[in-house]
Design a protein around this ligand. Structure first.
Ligand code: NAD
Length: 272
């Protein structure tokens, strides 16, 4: 006997799929048989993951766009027949006004802004643009097809920063908590259409994005060391720790699971 997840005949789009958690989700969804539209605002990354999937015998295409650009999102995915939306693009997004180059001399901007009282509204925008409006844009663009088809899956990658709270990350935490609240509301709107909507809340996962942020910030490095001491399973997460749950939630086996937020966090928080 064996247990198989079969997503053949389904089309998935994974935002920010060009590296890290998103890339792992793309590879696992493709291995389960889905056709995967690999999104990233860095086109090369999306193309390279799409190629990797095709070379492994899967079906994929690159769909580069910035999730915070509603027109671009709509143009790219409204008519793509998306059955599974994985809202993964996040962190601090692109540099303001530059949709192609990460900020800070090649490093991604940080999720940590320092003390909230030293920030201004203009500093908060990038976090909301990608982590909240990006999720809303992609959901708005793909949901009509799912409703018409009578099935669908929306999985949003949020953060324990938005669930448990983290100092110096208030705008990022607020945007992630906003995304989780948004998706809970959507879950209630579309349950009877055969669509489930869930969140996965991550603690620290060892990705290129994290490495770039840590390289530019001793505060992030200290935070990671501190957090590691609080994980029941004493290691950083790996992208594959997340990809299996994404693929399960995308599958028919999860058809009675909706409106939930699942921590994937090594036991950082333990809840009833
Ligand atoms: N890595 C962690 O420790 C951690 C912890 C908690 C939550 N998360 C969340 O998990 C998700 C994935 O994180 P990761 O560490 O794999 O990220 P990462 O930075 O390694 O990769 C993110 C990818 O998304 C792309 N991207 C960024 N902004 C985009 C936009 N506006 N439009 C399209 N693509 C965009 C980037 O180009 C990049 O390839 C994010 O939502 C992040 O907030 C990560």
């Amino acid at each position: 006997m064996s247990f198989t997840i079969d997503l053949s005949g389904r089309t998935a789009v994974v935002t920010g799929g060009g590296q890290g958690v998103g890339r792992a989700a793309c590879l696992t969804l493709a291995a389960a048989g889905a056709r995967v539209l690999v999104n990233d605002f860095v086109a090369d990354r999306a193309e390279s993951v799409a190629k990797e999937i095709e070379q492994a015998g899967g079906a994929a295409a690159a769909v580069p766009f910035d999730v915070s650009d509603y027109q671009a999102v709509t143009r790219s995915v409204s008519d793509a027949g998306v059955d599974i939306l994985v809202n993964n693009a996040g962190n601090a997004g692109p540099a303001i006004g530059d949709a192609t180059a990460p900020a800070s001399g090649g490093r991604g901007p940080s999720v940590s802004l320092g003390e909230f009282t030293n920030t201004e509204p203009a500093d908060w925008e990038r976090y909301f643009a990608v982590n909240l409006y990006g999720v809303m844009n992609c959901t708005r663009a793909t949901l009509p097809h799912m409703i018409a088809a009578g099935h669908g899956r929306i999985i949003t990658i949020v953060s324990d920063a938005g669930r448990v709270g983290e100092p110096h990350m208030a705008p990022y935490a607020a945007a992630k908590a906003g995304a989780a609240g948004f998706t809970r509301a959507i879950a209630r709107e579309v349950g009877r259409d055969g669509i489930t909507v869930n969140n996965i809340a991550l603690a620290t996962v060892d990705t290129i994005g994290l490495a770039e942020m840590a390289a530019g910030s001793p505060e992030i490095q200290r935070r990671v060391e501190r957090q590691l001491r609080r994980y029941i399973v004493p290691r950083l997460g790996q992208p594959d720790d997340v990809a299996g749950l994404v693929t399960f939630l995308a599958s028919p086996a999860a058809s009675w699971i909706t409106g939930q937020t699942y921590p994937v966090n090594g036991g950082y928080s333990v809840n009833l």
